[in-house]
Design a protein around this ligand. Structure first.
Ligand code: ADP
Ligand code: MG
Length: 696
């Protein structure tokens, strides 16, 4: 590769016109540091400003350029002061609506003034409208040229505007004419997968020609986009594979004791492990006996018995002389684990500790001391486990439950937490959110994965119905009936707002309503605003059968285990993710009685919501549900991108591009084997700074 080729990927963005120290800083915070970064900051969508449309032909939803004349401008003092400008072009008329405007702007709209406008057409009360369109004044009567390319619309952030990004990409593309970017995909791969030229692809996606297939561009299926999507997915996969590869060079304690404690643990269980549980435990024991860290994801549907599997791993680690940390995402779930582990461990002479953010003062100090001394072998808790002052005598295994709430980065930082004497702990990650294979390949390529694909015997499928909430009366009758038959029920209140206090209020209202409608039944309520102790007491009372109906917010999402509860009511079901609904529903159907779940929704239900809820009615298989949810909504929603800090792609789309995954799997293998030197630059190009997490 010649020298000039390496320039654009190291040329700082401040080399471009208009980028001073201040804006360089803002761009850098946005992940744009080099000219290459500008080129790989890809458009989110396109606008067609290549020709002027007739006003008479516009439809709501159109994005269009129009040339018009001002008929009338006036200020309206309504709920909000607004400037209304009526314009026309001889084929029709349209209203422009501005909520923020200056005096000068207002004066510019003199009757007869000519304007070139670009905006989105909407249906207004009287006629079609554009709200805050872009516009420029046309001076002479002759026509002004339109854009000769489709206009790219870039993702922006505070302080980095659309126009800035367009100017920067203009300059970067000009530079690309003279200088080149390194091509990191070897010829063989490009040929095999019919990948177009990198420069041409970049030029095309930034400045598509006017005759471009805009539908394909919007859908992201144009070959130029696919070329880039391929490289992007490859970059993500390489970074994950590299993390995994490096883990093979790290050392871990070999947890290979005889298994005497484990044998006693199994013998004491009141049930037989399922074949799937035994198989997964076997795989884990093999991993633990290795001198490098296990990084294993165990997926298992709600109720498949993951906790026992986790306990088996923990017990093996303890017998091998190490400590174990078990982390759960919520206090409630952690507490439930604590109860189980304590119960299982007491006869084995294993000491189990408890640590959450609420453990403070002397209790906390004593616990930390015992952990540091190695007197406590298993500690269970929340994120609090990973605070800086928590030290272990000999941490050998970290178990994380409900993985979907943590991203790759958290995963790694947790592992490094236990790093000591050149040894890192083994890691076991348990998730009840089944991840379709394609997603697992793209997002968890750094983990080995096993599936507990069998439920313990005797589970009865949950019958699910979907009802509008104006049939609440019937639902209340069902609750009464179930409780008369000696069963118990959950009533879950959810709201779309993240506001916990609103959720709590809803739960309080519902509890009051039920108490009144169901005299003689014991109704209790748990929600996030209750004191821990109070919450625990109520849960315990429900478990003992002293409460008939438990009204709850989604705090019961995970970790409640009451076999006698056979009815689950979920309000506003249309607002929850399918996997979340599936998990909630998994709280019933744990005993021998036929269980029911009522999904209530607020009318009207959108066609999409109807389809989604139908999936739950049709199947109880978590994997099938995840697969259908993926089809209906896309991966970000399923995995809860926002909460998890899960990867965000610039151009690739895991759902749309899932057919590429197999090719990418191959390609990444090829690169790692034959072109090691290209790996880092590809990752750097697409993942930027976040890729540094891959440095172990
Ligand atoms: P999840 O996979 O959802 O975390 P849990 O580990 O909470 O499931 O197990 C659900 C319930 O099933 C618990 O009450 C547990 O004791 C019970 N259980 C686990 N394994 C078996 C088994 N092999 N046979 C019968 N019951 C089991
Ligand atoms: Mg569980």
């Amino acid at each position: 590769m010649s020298d000039t080729r390496a320039t654009l990927d190291s040329l700082p963005v401040s080399a471009l016109r208009g980028v001073g120290p201040k804006s360089a800083l803002r761009l850098s915070a946005f992940g744009i540091e080099t000219v290459q970064d500008v080129l790989f900051h890809l458009p989110r969508r396109y606008e067609d400003r290549t020709h002027v449309r007739e006003v008479g032909g516009l439809r709501p939803g159109d994005h269009a350029v129009i040339d018009v004349q001002v008929d009338l401008a006036e200020i309206r003092f309504g709920r909000r002061r607004s400037l209304l400008v009526r314009v026309s072009d001889g084929t029709g008329a349209l209203l422009l609506r501005f909520f923020h405007f200056s005096k000068a702007q207002q004066q510019g709209f003199a009757r007869g003034a000519r304007l070139r406008i670009y905006g989105e057409v909407r249906r207004g009360p009287a006629m079609l409208e554009m709200v805050h369109p872009e516009y420029q004044h046309l001076e002479a009567a002759d026509s002004v040229p339109t854009e000769d390319r489709l206009t790219a619309v870039y993702p922006t952030t505070e302080g980095v505007h659309q126009l800035t990004l367009r100017k920067l990409s203009d300059q970067a593309l000009q530079l690309l004419e003279r200088e080149s970017l390194p091509e990191w995909l070897p010829e063989a791969l490009r040929r095999e997968h019919h990948l177009t030229d990198l420069h041409a692809a970049l030029r095309y996606v930034h400045r598509p020609p006017p005759d471009a297939d805009q539908a394909a561009l919007e859908a992201g299926t144009h070959p130029a986009q696919q070329r880039l999507a391929f490289e992007e997915m490859l970059a993500h996969q390489l970074s994950l594979k590299r993390i995994r590869e490096r883990a093979r060079h790290l050392r871990a304690e070999q947890l290979d004791s005889e298994g005497e404690l484990l044998r006693r643990f199994k013998a004491a269980l009141p049930f037989q492990l399922t074949d799937a549980q035994q198989r997964v435990i076997h795989i884990i024991l093999r991993d633990l006996s290795m001198p490098h860290p296990m990084m294993r994801l165990v997926q298992g549907d709600v109720g498949s018995g993951k906790t026992v599997v986790a306990a088996a791993a923990a017990i093996q680690a303890v017998e091998s002389g190490c400590q174990v940390a078990v982390m759960a995402p919520t206090e409630l779930l952690a507490e439930q684990h604590f109860g189980n582990f304590e119960h299982w461990c007491q006869d084995l002479g294993i000491r189990v500790g408890w640590l959450s953010g609420k453990v403070k003062g002397k209790t906390r100090a004593r616990l930390l001391d015992e952990l540091a001394q190695g007197d406590i072998q298993v500690v269970i808790g929340t994120h609090a486990l990973f605070q800086a002052d928590v030290a272990f005598a000999r941490l050998g295994l970290v178990i994380i439950d409900e993985q979907h709430r943590f991203g790759v980065h958290q995963r790694l930082s947790l592992r490094d937490k236990g790093r000591d004497r050149g040894v890192v702990p083994h890691q076991l990650i348990m998730t009840a959110t089944p991840i379709p294979r394609t997603l697992a390949m793209a997002l968890y390529a750094d983990l080995d994965s096993s599936v507990i694909d069998e439920l313990p015997p005797g589970r009865t499928p949950v019958q699910t119905v979907v009802l509008p909430d104006n049939r609440r009366e019937e639902v209340v009758q069902r609750v009464r009936q179930a409780c008369r038959n000696g069963r118990q029920a959950y009533w879950v209140c959810t709201l779309i707002e993240e506001s916990e206090s609103l959720q709590c209020e809803a739960a309080e209202d519902t509890a009051a309503m039920l108490a009144e409608a169901l005299p003689g039944l014991r109704v209790a309520m748990v929600h996030g605003r209750l004191k821990e102790q109070e919450k625990a007491q109520r849960m315990a009372a429900f478990k003992q059968g002293d409460i008939d109906v438990l009204v709850a917010t989604t705090v019961i999402e995970v970790g409640v285990d009451v076999p006698n509860a056979s009815l689950m009511i979920i309000e506003n079901a249309e607002r929850l993710g399918l996997s979340q609904l599936h998990q909630l529903r998994g709280r019933v159907g744990r005993g021998t009685a036929v269980s029911n779940c009522v999904l209530m929704y607020r009318s009207p239900l959108s066609a999409m919501a109807r389809k989604r809820l139908a999936v739950l009615r049709e199947t109880g298989d978590g994997f099938e549900i995840a697969r259908r949810d993926l089809e209906l909504r896309g991966p970000g929603e399923i995995l809860g991108t926002r909460q998890t800090g899960m990867v965000q792609f610039r151009i690739a789309d895991l759902l749309r591009d899932q057919d590429l995954l197999d090719k990418i799997d191959q390609a990444s293998g090829y690169l790692l084997e034959h072109c090691q030197d290209n790996v880092k630059p590809i990752i750097r190009r697409w993942l930027g700074r976040s890729a540094r997490f891959g440095e172990v």
